[in-house]
Design a protein around this ligand. Structure first.
Ligand code: GLU
Length: 281
């Protein structure tokens, strides 16, 4: 069985990077006689717009990407995420956090802090023992308790694509690595009561995704998703990360950095054939 998904966020217009991911995923699905789902990742209500969402459908149709069922819209699934969050609350694995970005920066630059790196903002655990109520606060996963609960030090998944440092095959991450890289990460934001990590984990399970095909900028957050799958008793899919399409200067294409949109390429006469050939597909 091969079930995959394309999961754009309607925070801007799709560019060549999205086209690559969508077409590559569709090729994989076709080759494996599988199913392709479309998921609109629109939990970030301040940045997503209905116009961008409509344009996603138009661009994908124009590119010849076909999905197999009604698209899942994350904004319609919020109660399901809250349910999953509740399971983690009931297991006693989360805590409320009051810290702002600048509180975290301050704590990280304190002279007695060993992880003295302000840029990475690894959460130093300031609120871990405070027992703050969860309402109206960011909710973080307590990694130490999680490790004890899962009775393992390791997170494992299978990579059938390639990570940013050529990772491929069976992957094992130490939970201590997660602590060092992220600290106790946020699984529910105070405004939307979920996070990208929780929503993506729940939805990959809901949509019965067997193979996650996506850009390898998400490779190093995969252990976060796998830890949540383990806690929520979801099966871990196979991951197929692909390299990112870069601009002339070797930077990742980004809406925020003005990457040319598929819509504008189309309006200025670029054909689908040309797009496929630029992407090497
Ligand atoms: N919504 C994410 C994006 O647009 C993709 C998330 C995923 O594929 O897991 O980059």
């Amino acid at each position: 069985m091969f079930i995959s998904r394309f999961a754009p966020s309607p925070t801007g217009l799709l560019h060549l990077g999205h086209a690559y991911s969508a077409l590559l995923t569709q090729n994989l699905v076709t080759r494996n006689s599988g199913t392709l789902h479309l998921r609109i990742e629109d939990i970030d209500i301040t940045r997503c717009t209905p116009d961008f969402e409509k344009q996603i459908y138009r661009d994908l149709e124009w590119l010849g990407v076909q999905w197999d069922s009604t698209p899942l819209r994350q904004s319609e699934e919020l109660s399901i995420y809250i349910n999953s969050l509740k399971q983690l609350v009931d297991k006693g694995l989360v805590y409320g956090c009051d810290c702002t970005r600048s509180d975290i920066k301050k704590a990280l630059s304190a002279p007695n802090n060993l992880a003295n790196d302000v840029n990475t903002l690894v959460y130093p655990g300031t609120c871990r023992e405070k027992n703050l109520p969860l309402d109206g606060r960011n909710v973080r996963l307590n990694l130490l308790k999680t490790k004890n609960y899962l009775e393992t030090d390791y997170i494992k998944f299978s990579e059938q694509g390639i990570g940013p440092n050529k990772e491929t095959g069976d992957q094992t991450f130490d939970i201590a690595w997660l602590e060092k890289r992220y600290g106790d990460f946020i699984i529910a934001r105070k405004d939307i009561r979920t996070s990208y990590h929780l929503a993506v984990t729940v939805d990959d399970a809901q949509q019965k995704v067997t193979h996650v095909s996506r850009g390898n900028d998400l490779f190093y957050v995969t252990p976060i998703h796998v830890i949540l799958q383990n806690l929520l008793n979801f099966k871990t899919p196979v991951y197929i990360h692909h390299p990112l399409i870069k601009d002339k200067n070797g930077n990742k294409l980004a809406k925020s950095k003005g990457a040319e949109s598929i819509l504008s390429m189309r309006n200025s006469g670029t054909t689908i054939k040309e797009i496929r050939s630029i992407l090497g597909l």
